[in-house]
Design a protein around this ligand. Structure first.
Ligand SMILES: [Cu+2]
Length: 189
């Protein structure tokens, strides 16, 4: 009986060790990695785009959300051409969001850089199977994020438009607010 007890004790000890190692690796792989957002549900709230920008630019008004909202209207007239279909010229430039773009490391936007002439309407076509955006700025940490343009969420297979009429000449980086590692650049002539 004594030897049986020892075998049982060692076996249980071994099973416990194996379980511990397995759980360590399984949950290690499942854990979120900083900088990688896999949830398609994360998106910027539309109403806070201007407010976020203004609170960062004017800290004195940062505590008051109502004043931040009221000061958000001037930039809204000069930027934030979101889903505007009123432009009579119609889409003259196409920006494709490539299939597989949500996988980090894959090419995201095509062409990149995108060349436009100020006044062009960019048709953004999501050819991927998950939602994406084209949001101006270098990333979520950019205080100017979304101030130039923001398509908001474009569902798989859908399109949105960016009006470039009020964009200054030069390079304008943009990214996907759902997958911030998706980066692109727009060159305005
Ligand atoms: Cu995306």
């Amino acid at each position: 009986m004594g030897s049986v007890g020892k075998v049982a004790f060692v076996s249980i000890l071994g099973l416990g060790a194996i379980t511990g190692v397995l759980v360590y690796y399984i949950f290690g792989n499942a854990a979120p990695v900083p900088g990688v957002i896999e949830s398609i549900y994360r998106q910027n709230l539309p109403a806070t785009d201007g407010a976020t920008q203004d609170t960062s630019q004017s800290p004195s008004e940062g505590a008051n959300s109502t004043s931040a909202a009221s000061t958000a209207s001037p930039p809204a007239t000069s930027g934030n051409q979101t889903n505007q279909t009123s432009a009579a010229a119609g889409p003259s430039v196409t920006l494709n969001i490539l299939e597989g773009a949500s996988v980090q490391g894959n090419p995201a936007y095509d062409p990149d850089p995108l060349s436009v002439t100020a006044g062009d309407v960019v048709e953004v076509s999501n050819q991927d199977t998950v939602p994406h955006t084209a949001t101006s700025g270098s990333g979520p940490e950019d205080p100017e994020s979304g101030s130039q343009f923001d398509t908001s969420i474009i569902d798989a297979g859908a399109t949105a438009q960016i009006d470039t009429a009020s964009l200054e000449a030069g390079d304008h980086p943009f990214y996907c607010s759902v997958h911030p590692y998706m980066l692109g650049s727009m060159t305005v002539k």
